[in-house]
Design a protein around this ligand. Structure first.
Ligand code: NAP
Length: 251
């Protein structure tokens, strides 16, 4: 196995990342999977691909814990990371206008989504610098350009991620590290893990949003995987600092 083959994935038990993980394992990559509270979607992977998968549990908003647990996985021989796919996120689940949102919830979303992204990057970048090679893909959302009424903390946090990626791309280009953002519109996902109220909010919101999408449907995991797979590959040698909108033609 080449050193270029270890990919770190955060939020790995999420809808998108768990599907991506299986695709990447089938391609022969090794994965270091960060999970948070749940691991039901990725638990089987370690049984099916015992030599290719490590799973570590850490809250991305806990800088020390995340860094320590990641380092434990990467202490094994040639498990040197070459790519990061960062999807870990929480959403604005109060569905309230900014003026009515509890400040604690606003801070919590920023803490996980923005400070968490900072923590993940702080932990991973030294490994990439050491090898003068690294491909980073951060997941934001098309809310970075259209906003999200009743979801201001989520949309602000995603805009922060997309913009920090642009800054980071400039900072790390000389270290052989390429940084890009993927900003999907609505994705067809399993909604069973959401609360009843969030599911209802989401379904109503997307019913309206789909009417605005020229391709008239939500994205599939495969629609998003292709671009991500390319951005983290050795074939991507020149694309950095970009934000890719995967929105079926919706501007
Ligand atoms: N799904 C969509 O329609 C859509 C649209 C646009 C953009 N996106 C973006 O695409 C990415 C993937 O979306 P998704 O639908 O796959 O998300 P998801 O299913 O909600 O998964 C998010 C993951 O983040 C983890 N997480 C939450 N808090 C964490 C923390 N403090 N530390 C570490 N991990 C934490 C969750 O773990 P636990 O459940 O164990 O807490 C979960 O596995 C996200 O960044 C999302 O913002 C999604």
């Amino acid at each position: 196995m080449k050193q270029q083959d270890t990919i770190i994935i955060t939020g790995s038990n999420g809808n998108v990342a768990s599907w991506f993980s299986r695709q990447l394992l089938e391609q022969g990559h090794r994965l270091v999977l960060n999970v948070h509270k749940t691991r039901d979607r990725v638990a089987d992977l370690i049984i099916e691909y015992p030599d290719q998968v490590q799973i570590f549990e850490a809250d991305a908003s806990d800088e020390a814990l995340f860094g320590t647990k990641l380092a434990q996985c990467l202490a094994i021989d040639d498990w040197h990371p070459t790519a990061l796919i960062h999807t870990a996120t929480i959403r604005s689940h109060d569905f309230k206008n900014l003026a009515d949102t509890d400040s604690q919830l606003w801070r919590h979303i920023m803490d996980v989504n923005v400070i968490g992204t900072y923590n993940v990057l702080k932990a991973v970048i030294p490994y990439f610098r050491e090898m003068h090679y690294g491909k980073i893909v951060l997941f934001a959302s098309n809310v970075t350009r259209i906003g999200l009424p009743k979801g201001s903390a989520y949309s602000a946090s995603k805009a922060a991620i997309a913009n920090l990626a642009r800054s980071l791309a400039g900072e790390e280009a000389g270290n052989g590290i390429l940084v890009n953002t993927i900003s999907p519109g609505p994705i067809m996902i399993d909604e069973s893990h959401f609360s009843e109220s969030y599911r209802k909010f989401r379904q109503e919101y997307y019913q309206e949003k789909i009417k605005e999408i020229p391709l008239q449907r939500c994205a599939t995991f495969r629609d998003i995987f292709g671009i991500c797979n390319f951005l983290i590959s050795v074939d991507n040698t020149y694309i950095t600092g970009e934000e890719f909108y995967i929105t079926g033609g919706k501007l």
